[in-house]
Ligand binder design. Structure first.
Ligand code: GAP
Length: 584
């Protein structure tokens, strides 16, 4: 058992607060809000759309245009990546070959009584494991360390995708706490002591009644698929608390279906909205080889929408039904796959760090062998870059997966389409009499770094959110200047005395020079304090204010969002100052 951590409201940022700022400032709105919304879909407002574009542009620039930001590959050569923009709808056979028609399923459970539905692997059980048995926490710790046996028989269940979500549900939901009190004979506050890695990855938390004694303990762990399959009648419904109304898990295909053509029907003319951008790349592998000068090793990259009919979309944009991916399929010789896998895994991790996701909130996690996807091979690397979102804490949620997909996809598409997708490599093979290699024919292996753009934006929003009671806004968004949606703001101190006449041209000049990177805000309404507060919440890193002195000495006040420092700089140096601060 590893060390534990106190689970308090203050140690984790509040997702409700972050969502409310996103709405208030125009980052993200619920889709179709005026019609009551539509579950699993989100709209990006003016600030959110620019933030998302900045992240997508940073990826495109660093991956495609600069070839891994100029870093050399494991072969000592520049990394070659070309872009692609493939269709969302493809021939349905693509999805048969890729395995999505047969295997892209989530197990789903229905509650026969309430008609509600949830993902079988998103059900957590709460089991009472010690009630008054232990004198105090120390005694319980000793029993755990000595390998106390725990038999999981949940007295209640909660639909959640992470333990962090369960913990916040327990803290927020009065009904849940009422049930706990009843079961635990406890009173008083619900403080959690969270233990990781107990009995293979579960967390144990304690409700400590007033006076700390008697001592109660519960286990929170995912309800096993075995239990749902074999003893579903014993599992309490997460909606009613009563056992006996849950069905066994059933496979539910996640692809959205649509009909092609005005006279088409769902049986004969069905097509699918792509559930990932990756397959569009595989099916164009030969086209790219035949029409460009690329040679293996090289990568094809694309960004674009993907659609999954998630059973339980949740956690803001984290699990949506429509989202955007940024995917690279990197083709290499099978013998070099391991080296390229390590290269991509490490470079992708450092890329996210370069945008401000540093420190203990970001981890790189190699998959265990029992987590292998259908395309992955035993021994071939797969890892996730994971971020500690407020709703996953103390755990982490996936931001990007890096997988060695071997030659699975090219083999499948070659077989199903009856096309030759192998590659002739004239730099390999035995040497001919003329001293030149005879060449080698092979199906390249593929390393796939696959990132979620919306999840990236969400991680950047969560990371940036910085409560600060000393500011008028009470909070500021500490975006890395590279991805901040507003790069700078220009304000006249007051809307008179010739100040707007100086400020507006300065804003226009900055817009001309920096407008391709983000917004340059010009605002003359309300007090200067309120305007600064608005920019703090928008995450604008620099504000420039024209005041009375500016009119005589041609200087402005430059305000730094993070340090709150203000300095006077010459008005004709504002552009260079901003360029230097933005690292240009
Ligand atoms: N081509 C491989 C692939 O699609 P994935 O792990 O299913 O792999 C890649 O998806 C990334 O797409 C994830 O790491 C995540 O960031 C994002 N993603 C997946 N499902 C998502 C959803 N329902 N909502 C938002 N982002 C999602």
């Amino acid at each position: 058992m590893t060390a534990n951590a106190e689970h308090t409201e203050s140690s984790v940022k509040s997702m409700d607060d972050i969502m409310s700022l996103c709405k208030r400032r125009g980052f993200i709105y619920p889709a179709s809000e005026i019609y009551g919304g539509v579950n699993g879909f989100w709209d990006y407002g003016p600030l959110g759309a620019q933030l998302k574009k900045n992240l997508r542009d940073a990826w495109w620039t660093d991956v495609v245009m600069k070839g891994c930001d100029g870093q050399l590959g494991p072969n000592g050569k520049p990394v070659e990546i070309v872009p692609l923009d493939s269709s969302i709808i493809q021939n349905p056979k693509v999805w048969e070959a890729s395995g999505h028609v047969g295997g892209f399923n989530d197990p789903m459970v229905d509650d026969k009584e309430t008609k509600q539905r949830f993902r079988a692997d998103h059900l957590f059980g709460i089991t009472l494991i010690a009630n008054d048995l232990y004198k105090d926490k120390e005694e319980f710790d000793k029993a755990l360390a000595a390998g106390m046996e725990i038999r999981f028989r949940p007295f209640m269940t909660i639909v959640a995708s992470t333990i962090g979500e369960v913990l916040s549900e327990i803290q927020k939901n009065k009904d849940v706490r009422k049930q706990f009190r009843k079961k635990l004979n406890g009173e008083g506050p619900f403080n959690f002591q969270v233990y990781d890695n107990v009995a293979g990855g579960i967390a144990i938390s304690f409700e400590i009644p007033e006076g700390n004694e008697p001592f109660s303990a519960i286990a929170i762990n995912p309800v096993s698929s075995w239990m749902l399959e074999n003893e579903s009648e014993k599992v309490p419904s997460p909606f009613t608390g009563k056992a006996g109304s849950l069905t066994k898990p059933r496979a539910f295909n996640l692809m959205f279906k649509t009909v092609l053509g005005a006279t088409g029907n769902m049986e004969d003319n069905a097509a699918y909205l792509r559930p990932e951008t990756a397959q569009g790349i595989f099916i164009n592998f030969k086209n790219v080889i035949d029409t460009t000068r690329v040679s293996v090793p090289f990568g094809i990259a694309q960004t674009g929408k993907a659609f999954r009919n998630e059973v339980t979309p949740r956690n803001f944009t984290f699990r949506s039904r429509e989202f955007e991916q940024m995917e690279i399929e990197f083709f290499c010789h099978p013998d070099e796959a391991k080296d390229w896998y390590v290269f991509w895994r490490d470079w992708r991790m450092s890329w996210w760090q370069s945008l401000g996701l540093e420190g203990e909130n970001l981890i790189l996690r190699e998959h265990d062998s029992d987590e292998l996807a259908h395309y992955a091979k035993e021994g071939a690397g797969t890892s996730d870059i994971e971020y500690k979102f407020p709703f996953t804490a103390p755990g982490f949620g996936e931001l990007e997966g890096i997988a060695d997909r071997t030659n699975f996809d090219l083999t499948q598409h070659a077989e199903h389409s009856k096309s030759k997708l192998d590659y002739f490599d004239n730099t390999r093979g035995e040497l001919a009499k003329n001293g030149q290699p005879k060449g080698e024919r092979y199906l390249p292996h593929v390393i796939e770094p696959s990132a979620g753009l919306d999840r990236g934006v969400l991680a950047l929003l969560c990371e940036a959110y910085t409560p600060d009671p000393d500011r008028a806004s009470g909070v500021y968004m500490k975006f890395h200047p590279r991805i901040a949606p507003i790069k700078a703001a220009v304000f006249p101190l007051v809307k008179k005395d010739g100040m707007p006449e100086v400020a507006a041209p300065l804003a226009a000049e900055l817009r001309k020079r920096f407008g391709h990177l983000g917004t340059i805000e010009y605002d003359e309404k309300q007090s200067i304090g309120k305007r600064y507060a608005r920019m703090d919440e928008a995450g604008c890193p620099f504000c420039f204010t024209i005041d009375g002195d500016s009119l005589t000495d041609n200087t402005v006040t430059a305000r730094n969002r993070d340090t709150l420092e203000q300095e006077r700089i010459a008005i004709d140096k504002v552009g260079d100052y901003l360029a230097q601060k933005l690292g240009l």
